[in-house]
Unconditional design. Sequence first.
Length: 101
Amino acid sequence: MSDNMKILYAIATLVLLSSTSAQAWQVVERCTYSKFHGRVCTTSYLDDPVRSEAQDQEDAKARRASIEKWEAFCKPKRTYDNEGVVRLVYARKGCEFGRSE
């Protein structure tokens, strides 16, 4: 086996070993303290709950409705300042803080 192939295999192995999963979980650590036994800790790993497609669609619909409500209330308009930076100007006060009513 040539040296180039060995280096290539080493790089491929390193990439595979260092890749991480996109899955997330919660880590719960509980510790108890005792004068006689010191500290005893247990660690639990809880998987994230499975998300349903229907719930994701409902959340997206609610998010769109909230954005449309805010836009109807605040009527944002783009302007440019002296340095060419885009600024939003609102029809009502408090819209820059998310106010929508």
